[in-house]
Design a binder for this molecule. Structure first.
Ligand code: LLP
Length: 432
């Protein structure tokens, strides 16, 4: 943002805006929340989540589609509850996520289980609760799932995750659809894997799925992946194996820093046109969006502890760190950082270029680099686009308790996770 002006609303975040020089999430002032609950503090807008979901729902109007929120993006119970109450299914990747989402009220029949390394115990847990589908990622996994299902006298519903070998054009750590990635079954091996699956009595083949990466900002990789998957569906069905549903994974990006991903409804208008043209538009469709449902619904509030001017760099040291906001350290990710109560130009000398860093003892512990800010110690800053892959990836590194979380609904602010105390962080340990 321009250091001398206060924008009324923030790009891509219609429910997070300034009013009377105060940053608000819906009808709640963030400075009030920081005062009442302390910092670091995550604050989410329920309306922002629901409007992101509505874009997908509009895109799929009149279709047989199931949206399975990829809960790894933000797995806090009350966030899951918002999506469960809105009719979503869920994409899970561990027995832990499965237990969590059921505790939040999800319908197990609308839950799918992805991931390359499911354990027997997780498979058993998922079968016992009546999960909707396993997204299987290897032939070896098919064999183990077959055994576990037969042991329970059940048939496991399966989809095979195929790797379409398309470049999602995103950060290499979050690109998953290329041959060199550990994910999915290679396109050329898919037919064999399907034949194998149909021979196993403990499995019932119901679908096909793919997921090519995350923070995708163009339609082309999706369109290419869709072509590749359609080719496979036609081969598999020609071999006499019916495919009930087609799952296109997640991956749609959000606006972090002027990024211009397509809107979910516009993207799906394009994708559905292609599906219709190829005769698959009336199939059961599934998708697994994560970031695009929650990313821009959340901010992380942090207090400025110290300003530390230097010869080469000025540091703005804040109380949030890489344990709360791991994305910059892990992916050199950009999050906008703005003041919660902007200072008038007359308050200070002017704005200064800062690296905004946390208290953790690592040079990689930075939240933002080269940011123009007008701040003083004690000010509260908001790190934007912090709804996805922040709290769910938070750790206790440096024995820092994890932050508290608030869900805003109109003018109401609900505390949905208490701040973790230092005692909580070592409660499960014991001296010898
Ligand atoms: N489905 C599968 C099988 C996935 O692996 C993922 C994300 C998703 C769906 C949801 O993708 P989304 O719609 O959120 O892009 N921690 C990284 C992102 C890792 C994504 C992992 N898989 C980050 O902070 O950028």
């Amino acid at each position: 943002m321009n250091a001398n002006t206060t924008p009324a609303s923030l790009p891509g975040q219609p429910h997070i805006a300034y009013a009377n020089d105060q940053l608000m999430v819906e009808g709640v002032r963030l400075s009030d929340l920081a005062r009442e609950h302390g910092t670091p503090l995550f604050v989410y807008s329920k309306a922002a989540m629901l409007s992101a979901l509505a874009a997908y729902q509009r895109g799929f109007a009149g279709r047989n589609a199931q949206i399975c929120y990829a809960m790894k993006a933000n797995s806090t119970l009350a966030v899951l509850q918002v999506f469960a109450e809105a009719g979503c299914g869920f994409d899970t990747v561990s027995g832990g996520e499965l237990a969590r989402v059921l505790a939040a009220g999800a319908d197990p029949a609308k839950v799918i289980f992805s991931g390359v390394g499911k354990t027997r115990a997780e498979m058993k847990q998922a079968l016992q609760v009546g999960i909707g589908c396993f997204n299987v990622e290897s032939e070896a996994e098919l064999d183990v799932l077959n055994e576990v299902a037969l042991g329970l006298g059940q048939q496991a519903p399966v989809s095979l995750r195929v790797n379409p070998n398309v470049d999602a054009k995103t950060h290499p750590y979050i690109s998953t659809g290329l041959k060199g990635n550990k994910f999915g079954i290679a396109h050329e091996d898919a037919m064999r894997a399907y034949r194998h699956a149909t021979q196993l009595p403990g499995l019932k083949v119901i679908g096909i799925d793919c997921h090519i990466g995350s923070q995708i900002t163009e339609a082309t990789p999706y369109l290419d992946a869709m072509d590749r998957v359609m080719d496979l569906v036609s081969d598999i069905e020609a071999a006499g194996i019916p495919i009930q549903h087609i799952d296109f994974g997640g991956g749609l990006g959000i606006n972090y820093n002027g990024d211009t991903p397509p809107e979910a409804d516009a993207l799906w208008a394009q994708l559905l046109a292609k599906l219709d043209a190829r005769g698959y538009g009336q199939r059961q469709l599934m998708i697994e969006p994560g970031r695009s449902l929650v990313g821009n619904a959340g901010v992380c509030l942090t207090e400025v502890l110290y300003l530390k001017p230097g010869e080469q760099k000025n540091f703005c040291i804040v109380d949030a760190a890489m344990n709360d906001l791991p994305r910059p350290a892990m992916y050199q990710a950009f999050h906008q950082i703005v003041p919660v109560s902007p200072r008038a130009a007359r308050d200070t000398q002017g704005s200064t270029l800062y690296d905004i860093v946390g208290p953790v003892c690592e040079s990689g512990d930075w939240i933002g680099r080269d940011r123009q800010l007008r701040v003083q110690a004690g000010d509260t800053l908001a790190v934007l686009s912090a709804g996805a892959y922040c709290m769910s990836m938070a750790s206790n590194y440096n024995t820092r308790g994890r932050a508290a979380e608030i869900l805003v609904d109109g003018t109401q602010a609900h505390l949905i996770r208490q701040r973790e105390s230092v005692f909580d962080t070592f409660a499960l340990e014991q001296l010898v």
